[in-house]
Design a protein around this ligand. Structure first.
Ligand SMILES: [Zn+2]
Length: 168
């Protein structure tokens, strides 16, 4: 068994909890066999297990830091998955359509002063014909690296955070 120690966010008392020692070699082996996918799943499971262990028996509260960390990782994963899906599937036809419809704003006379109105129009134009397709192309070309980068962060956090709560 391994012993973990947390501090309750409400009553500040020490929480001590025991959990079986994880079979690290087995998880590494499964990680290799699944090209790392298992390590991502395992990281989430491990952090969730740690969150459950942090239950305060006096007042029924869990660690807020671990909850925040879990939420950030879950939302981040959802956000990045959506972003990649958007730029690979949803956006390309829409970007091509919008860019083909975009016109340099008619009232944008280069000699006139920049007003709130034409500055916004110019921004929309640059956004549609340059920035959005540029970002889209960048994400479409590099999405495996973006995903790999994010999941590396998830695994590093999932494998290192439990040791901060480990009682030695
Ligand atoms: Zn408490």
């Amino acid at each position: 068994m391994e012993e973990y120690r947390f501090t309750c966010p409400r009553c500040r008392c020490n929480i001590e909890a025991e959990a079986p020692i994880p079979a690290r070699n087995l998880h590494l082996l499964l990680g290799l066999a699944t090209l790392g996918i298992w390590l991502v799943v395992y990281s989430f499971l491990r952090l969730f297990q740690l969150y459950q262990l942090s239950l305060c028996e006096t007042c029924g509260k869990h660690s807020r830091k671990l909850l925040a960390l879990l939420l950030i990782l879950i939302l981040g994963t959802a956000e990045i998955t959506w972003l990649i899906y958007y730029f690979l599937e949803v956006a390309p036809p829409k970007i091509v359509f919008d860019a083909s419809m975009a016109e340099l704003p008619g009232n944008l006379d280069l000699n006139s002063d920049v007003s709130k109105d034409n500055a916004w129009q110019l921004f929309t134009f640059v956004w549609l014909v340059s920035i959005l397709p540029g970002v889209g192309a960048m994400i479409a070309a590099n999405w495996p690296y973006i995903l790999l980068f994010w999941f590396t962060i998830v695994v590093l956090i999932g494998l290192s955070v439990p040791s901060f709560y480990l009682r030695r």
